[in-house]
Write a protein that binds this ligand. Structure first.
Ligand code: SF4
Length: 422
């Protein structure tokens, strides 16, 4: 098999991993004439597959041969797919060739487990070490690590990578036992803890001598819709990962049905809107100060797919409103539907000089339709009747459709971009 044929197989096999964003990497460059490549703080070259997944240009597996049999994975031992395997040298050559042709800005390297976790990890580390030490490559490197590999090898991966990640895959041990019997949540958490310690050990300290390089952050991914876990389970696990291991990002990847799928898997993919709502809920936890049990609870464990989770919280807590945006502190303004972090901060600036009016909100492009029923301004006061009206939810929810059609046509509303103001 030539390199082109291997590339076709191993790039295709890597497309299911969504955790490839490069934000937060330390800037390295070769503008002084030394080395090859450069890493922007953000923006490794991404492309988007038709199903909406974010894929970097050189995003490959070292091999899709795997000893494990994770039911949700197309590369599992029992899967009937064409197999291929790159040598470390081939990946290095490809990365440099693609880089020099301006096709890519970095490498995202993952692998099936061949021979053993340690053997595979050694090969992954060899690629990164050769790129960095032999070719002085200064582009972005993201290495997917294997939790079962030794701590020493994971630490070596961190030395050469800008970001390392371990996919937790499913939020609960019972689900892993059912769908990925060789994986173990406890061992994955141990490896994440070890990475966190190393990141902190190597973090630069102002005024102190420069420390040995190490990845600046770690991320992980969970597959949504492959098991019976509900949104509360996902968000609770994400909250745990952010607080315990200081994850940079938790990615949620809607399960895609795969050819020759295991009977343990659902026949249908979950609606993509579920993945989107999880990202919005995740955003609320990280930037808006919401606790997991405010967004979903054990009694109502799934997110409302028709409206965003912030509006959903507001409708469940109507007594909290209306909020006087001229008086309340910033963390209260963050709770107003339709008002994002940036606009809440702008309002807090404006009100230092003048009373905020509806015209000011129009100027900073606040989503008035969503916001006005919940706020008091110098010239606007919603009625209690309006706030308590049953119609409030209906205004924002899409019109009812036939259930079967929903799965096919439901789209993420344009205004609700992940990470946008909502
Ligand atoms: S270990 Fe990774 S590559 Fe192997 S079957 Fe499981 S998810 Fe797939």
């Amino acid at each position: 098999m030539n390199t082109q044929q291997k590339l076709e197989i191993l790039a295709d096999a890597a497309k299911y991993d969504a955790s490839c964003a490069s934000s937060g990497a330390t800037r390295k460059d070769s503008s002084n004439g030394k080395g090859v490549g450069s890493t922007g703080g953000v923006g490794i070259c991404h492309s988007y597959t038709p199903d909406g997944r974010c894929v970097s240009l050189l995003k490959i597996l070292l091999t899709n041969v795997c000893l494990y049999d994770c039911h949700y994975c197309i590369n599992r031992r029992s899967s009937n797919v064409r197999r291929a395997r790159f040598t470390a040298e081939e990946v290095v050559t490809l990365t440099l060739d693609f880089y020099k042709r301006n096709y890519i800005e970095g490498l995202f390297l993952s692998s099936g487990i061949v021979r053993s976790a340690d053997f595979t990890m050694e090969q992954v580390v060899l690629v990164a070490r050769t790129l960095r030490e032999v070719h002085d490559f200064r582009g972005y490197i993201h290495l997917k690590t294997i939790p079962e590999a030794s701590d020493e090898l994971i630490a070596q991966a961190g030395k050469y990578a800008d970001r390392i990640s371990i996919n937790i895959e499913l939020p609960q041990q019972e689900s892993l036992k059912h769908l990925a019997p060789e994986k173990n949540l406890h061992r994955t958490r141990e490896a994440m803890g070890h990475i966190r310690e190393k990141i902190e050990e190597h973090a630069p300290v102002q005024g102190a001598p420069k420390r040995e390089a190490f990845a600046t952050s770690q991320s992980t991914q969970m597959i949504v819709g492959a098991d019976a876990s509900n949104d509360f389970d996902f968000l609770q696990r994400a909250g745990d990962l952010y607080s315990t291991f200081k994850m940079r990002r938790v990615y949620y990847s809607a399960f895609s049905p795969i050819p020759d799928a295991s009977v343990r898997l659902p026949l249908k993919a979950p609606p993509l809107i579920r993945e989107h709502r999880l990202y919005q809920a995740d955003w609320l936890m990280r930037f808006y100060g919401y606790a997991v049990d405010e967004i979903t609870t054990e009694d109502q464990p799934n997110l409302d797919l028709d409206i965003d989770p912030k509006l959903s919280w507001a409708l469940r807590n109507r007594a909290f409103f209306p909020i006087d945006i001229n008086k309340q502190p910033l963390e209260i303004l963050y709770r107003i539907p339709g008002l994002g972090v940036r606009n809440a901060q702008r309002i807090s600036e404006i009100r230092r000089y003048t009373q905020v009016r509806v015209a000011d909100l129009i100027k900073i492009r606040v989503n008035l339709k969503k916001c006005l029923p919940f706020i008091i301004t110098a010239d606007h006061q919603p009625s209690r009747y309006e706030l308590d009206s049953e119609k409030l939810r209906a205004i924002h929810a899409p019109p009812a459709r036939q259930l079967e059609l929903d799965f096919a046509v439901i789209q993420v509303p344009k205004a609700e971009v992940i990470g946008g103001e909502f």
